[in-house]
Structures are given as C-alpha cells and as structure tokens.
Design a protein around this ligand. Structure first.
Ligand SMILES: Cc1cc2nc3c(=O)[nH]c(=O)nc-3n(C[C@H](O)[C@H](O)[C@H](O)COP(=O)(O)OP(=O)(O)OC[C@H]3O[C@@H](n4cnc5c(N)ncnc54)[C@H](O)[C@@H]3O)c2cc1C
Length: 556
C-alpha cells in the first residue's frame, strides 16, 4: 500500500527539478583559470600548492556557511559592564571571529612584510581574493592591519614595539590591553563629520605631553565620524598638532593597562558590510604617538591608504568573481524554454560579458600586485602610482551594477537572503566610497600626472606593449594619448580620461595574456563605441561559448 492509499490527504504535490546544486564543495582556485594563470604569470608560481589548498578550503560548505552566519545579525555595542565600568566593547557573531582567525593565521595581513620577495604581493592578493569571496566585510580589519605596516615603519621605535604583533600570524579578539597580546589588529580614524575626502578639515587636536615630535606622545582631543572595526587594538589617527596635521598611533589601552579615553559613541547603521562594525568615536585626551614628521600626517598615512586602495581592487574583483561564479553556475544548470540558460543566445551575451569584466578586473589587479613586488624598479614604481587610483576607481565603480546583473541571471531566487547575491549587492558600493571615493580617485590620478608626469609615460609604455595585436586597441590607445595633450577643463573631463586609462590597461593586459576569445570580445565590446559599457551588449561574432566555458566553475 502506498502512503497516499494509507492517507488520501497526503498529497505528492511536486518533485524538485530544474534547480542547480549549491555552489559549494569545489576548489575556487582550481576552477578559476584566470586566477591560476595570473598568479603564475605575475611571479607567484611558487604559491600554487598553497593556493590550491586555500581554494579547497574557501569552496567548502562549512566555510561558506561562516559568511552567512557572520552576517545574520549586526554586531552589538556595549558601552559599560554590569558594574558601570566603561568597556567600549563590540560583540560579533562567532563566525566573524572564525573568519578573522582564518585570515590572520594564513597571513593575509602580513606575508609581503614578513616574507617579501618575488610574487609575495601577488600570492597574498590571490589568497585574499579567494578569502574575500566567502565574506567581504571582515576583510576590512584584515586590510587595515596589512596596510598599516608601511606607515608604522616610518617610526622605527614604534615599529619595534608594534611590528611583530601586527604581523604575527594569529588572532586575539580579547578586549584586553595590547601588552597582554602577541597578535594585534590595526584600524584607521581619519574621517570627521565636516570632512572625509578633505581631511585637512579635521578638527581633532593633538597636544604634546612632553617635548613633542616624531615618536613622542600626544593627547588627542576631538571626534571621528567613521571608525571601522573599532575593536582593533590601535588606530592610525590624523589630528592637528601645533606644527600641522599629523599622524598618530593610538592604542585602545594606555601602557599602564588603563583604558585610553577613546570612546565609541554608537555603531553606524550600514546598508551592507554588516558583519563588520563601523563606529563614531570621541577622543577625550587619548594617548597617541606621532608617526613621521609633525605636519606631514597626510604623506605618512597615505602609505596606508595606498595599500587599502589596492585591497579595494582585490576585494571588488573578488566580489565580481563570486557574483559571476554564482550566475554562471546557475545558468549552467537551469533551463527555460527548452534549453539551459547558458545556451540561450541572449543569456550567453550577458554571461560572456560578466566573465570578461571579471577577468579584466583580476588581471589588472594582479598586474598591480607585481608592481608592488618590484618597487625598487622605476617603471614599476611609476606604474603603481597611476594604476592604483585608476584601478581603484574603475574596478570598484563597475562592481555595483555588476552585482545586480549577476543577481538577475539567477532570477527571483537571486533576490532571496539565503542566496549570497543580496549580500554581494549590498557590499558592492562600499569599496567605491571609502578609501577615497570615485571623484577623489580621478583627482588623485590628475595629481599623479601633475607631480610625476613620468607616471603617464610609464603607463603608456606598459599599455603599448600590446600595440599591433588588435587595430581596435591601437586606435583606442592613440585617441587617448592624443586627448591627454589637451589640458583644458581637465578636472571636468577626468572621469572620461580615467575610464579610458582603465580600459586601455585592461585591454592591453588581456591582449597579451588572455585567450584570444577573451581579448577579442573585450576589444569588440569595450573599445568601439560606448554601448559595450552596459552588460550584455557584446557584438555578434565573438566566441561567447569559449569565454563562458573558461569561467564557469564546475561542481561535482
Ligand atoms: C562603511 C564605511 C566605513 C568607513 N570606515 C572608515 C574608517 O574606518 N576610517 C575612516 O577614516 N573613514 C571611514 N569611512 C569614511 C570614508 O572614508 C568617507 O566616507 C569617504 O572618504 C568620503 O568622505 P565623506 O563621507 O566625508 O564624503 P565627502 O568628502 O563629503 O565627499 C562626498 C562626495 O564628493 C566627492 N568629492 C569630494 N571632493 C571632491 C572634489 N574636489 N571634486 C569633485 N568631487 C569631490 C567625493 O568623491 C564624494 O563622492 C567609512 C565609510 C563607510 C561608508
């Protein structure tokens, strides 16, 4: 007797079919040829085994679940303990701490500083790219800790105390003085209510407790409007000393073990970046030690900011890759109107275009990573100076629409919170806004051209290595070079110029390094007319199938 004969009310309404398996239990490194080829090309072939191990880890169901758990509830802020002592403690979901531990134990914040050399930044960028696809928000303190070292190194006596703990491959989340820890994390506090981009408008003051000057102690009084990851053990802070805007290292605790009077006012109520807390804070005579010269705060902290901008490129490239992987995977398994979605010509145009954009972003990011590994080479130094703002602007800005387009490939299920897409979409604008918003990156590009005109020569020398490979590229490059000769209204035109710098470099790199199907479609879709800047506008005749096959992750 069947169940239904036993109980006529037990109806078999449907069986589930035409749904994809979850994208988990796969190796996100091995299934990403653009990544593994880029790693080998840019000098980190030696990292292949470690990245293969990490790709297996970041593709695991349990690790992917940590990303969902860490975002399930917002961090909670506790001002005082039950006895009334001020504690300034933010409590996170345990999954946040697990992800932090995984990142720091794998040196995502430190390897290029502790083991520099050929491919160090490339290998670390690749690992960060895999890691950030699981969960992006907690990568904020990972990045800031990584990025702080070049600034801290400007003050050797502070580096001697803090350097070993900043770079230690361990995570200690306890709310205790740094003197009791072997591993610490670092944040940054620049932005104030009256000015974020324009930090010279900072009103926070720094008063020397003794003689003053580099490495000396000051008391900081003022407020900060955005301080992310406020449980970091110390922060790089900008404040006005008597000699001008200066940079300080401000720990959460004083050397005597008492709390530094640095008080969190409240947490920001963010639309995305949920797992990571961001705060507003007041400095009420908080002790900080000056890094670098008094009055040279911006050049000092810019060392940190350049690295965070680079990480924004990695993070947004990773966001694109994860979104594309989800879209490609879904369309490989889902059918409509008698054919799988990936075989429908119009969807092929969208999927191929998403794949191109993702590969172009990653390729440019890994090229910058190689520059970071060769800063003693003049060409690489000049190239990095321009490629950082150009890449940060372009890749981060392209990500928001990209996330939405990828979500649409999945249809209604892509909008549901048990899919990663809503998180990727909410996360997508953040990298474009913090660490210097879009216009600020364009203005920084112009500043680089003005202060170091050789950087434009280095950029075009690098790009011109693809000259002759495709006439569309040659024409695009020549037009752009010509347009730089005209300096009239250059600020008004800056976005257009920077857009085209980015496309030129991406096309050049793809022409030199990617399969012909990829570079041909990129030139066809991005360099001729403006239509190609919207996803799904690739002209007929490109090899969409080859592009889709290259970037589709295969599970099981
Ligand atoms: C989630 C999140 C976390 C953050 N965490 C931190 C943190 O940990 N530490 C920290 O210090 N800050 C942090 N910030 C602040 C962030 O860096 C600033 O919001 C950002 O630098 C922009 O500053 P602003 O908000 O004051 O905007 P504004 O400086 O007022 O800029 C507004 C707009 O004007 C544009 N603009 C500015 N100047 C010009 C110009 N001359 N010409 C043309 N356009 C211009 C900008 O590009 C921007 O689009 C965080 C922000 C967010 C959203």
């Amino acid at each position: 007797m069947t169940d239904q004969e036993r109980d006529p009310w037990l109806a078999d309404t449907h069986t589930v079919f035409n749904q994809p398996p979850a994208l988990e239990g796969y190796n996100s490194y091995e299934q990403d040829p653009a990544l593994s080829e880029g790693v080998a090309r840019e000098g980190a072939a030696w990292a292949h085994d470690d990245l293969t191990r990490y790709g297996a880890l970041t593709g695991q169901r349990e690790i992917i679940a940590l990303g969902f758990d860490a975002n399930a509830s917002k961090p909670e802020f506790h001002t005082h303990d039950r006895f009334g002592h001020r504690i300034d403690e933010v409590r996170f979901h345990p999954a946040y701490h697990q992800l932090m531990g995984m990142a720091l134990e794998n040196g995502l914040h430190s390897r290029p500083w502790t083991t520099p050399g050929e491919g160090a930044h490339v290998a670390r960028a690749a690992k960060y790219y895999l890691h950030s696809q699981v969960e992006a928000a907690h990568c904020c303190p990972v990045t800031m800790t990584f990025a702080a070292m070049p600034s801290i190194r400007k003050q050797p006596e502070l580096e001697a105390i803090w350097g070993p703990k900043v770079t230690a491959e361990a995570y200690d989340s306890r709310n205790v003085p740094d003197s009791q820890k072997q591993a610490v994390t670092i944040g940054m506090a620049m932005t104030e209510k009256q000015g974020g981009s324009d930090v010279r408008a900072n009103s926070t003051r720094a008063y020397p407790t003794g003689s003053g000057g580099p490495g000396e102690a000051y008391e900081l009084v003022g407020h900060k409007w955005f301080v992310s990851a406020p449980m970091c053990d110390a922060f790089l802070v900008l404040a006005h000393a008597p000699g001008g805007l200066s940079c300080f290292l401000m720990p959460r605790w004083r050397p005597d073990g008492t709390k530094n009077p640095w008080q969190i006012q409240r947490l920001k109520n963010k639309m995305g970046n949920v797992a990571n807390a961001s705060s507003e804070a007041e400095l009420r005579g908080a002790l900080g030690w000056m890094i670098g010269e008094e009055g040279r705060g911006v050049p000092t902290i810019i060392e940190m900011v350049s690295m965070t901008r680079f990480d924004c490129m990695i993070g947004s490239s990773a966001g694109m890759r994860q979104a594309a992987a989800q879209a490609l995977h879904h369309c490989r398994h889902r059918s409509a109107f008698g054919a799988t979605l990936q075989d429908q010509p119009l969807m092929q145009n969208v999927l191929a275009d998403l794949s191109l954009e993702s590969e172009a972003a990653l390729t440019m990011t890994l090229r910058l990573a190689r520059s970071m590994d060769h800063q003693d080479d003049e060409h690489e130094r000049l190239l990095a100076r321009l490629l950082t703002p150009v890449g940060k602007y372009w890749i981060c800005k392209r990500t928001a629409n990209y996330a939405y387009e990828s979500m649409e490939c999945i249809g209604g299920s892509g909008v549901m919170e048990d899919c990663i897409m809503p998180r990727l979409l909410r996360e997508s604008p953040v990298n474009a806004i913090w660490e210097g918003s879009g216009n600020v990156q364009c203005l920084d590009t112009l500043r680089a051209l003005q202060k170091s005109p050789d950087s434009l020569d280095a950029f075009f020398t690098e790009a011109a290595q693809a000259r002759g490979a495709d006439p569309r590229f040659d024409r695009f490059l020549a037009r752009l070079q010509n347009d730089f000769a005209d300096t009239s209204d250059v600020q008004f035109r800056a976005r257009n110029l920077v857009d085209r710098l980015a496309l030129t470099m991406q096309a050049s790199l793809l022409l030199r390094h990617a399969p012909a199907a990829v570079s041909d479609a990129f030139c066809a879709g991005r360099l001729e007319g403006n239509d190609g800047l919207n996803i799904g506008n690739l002209p007929a005749g490109i090899d969409a199938r080859a592009i889709i096959d290259r970037s589709t992750p295969v599970v099981g």
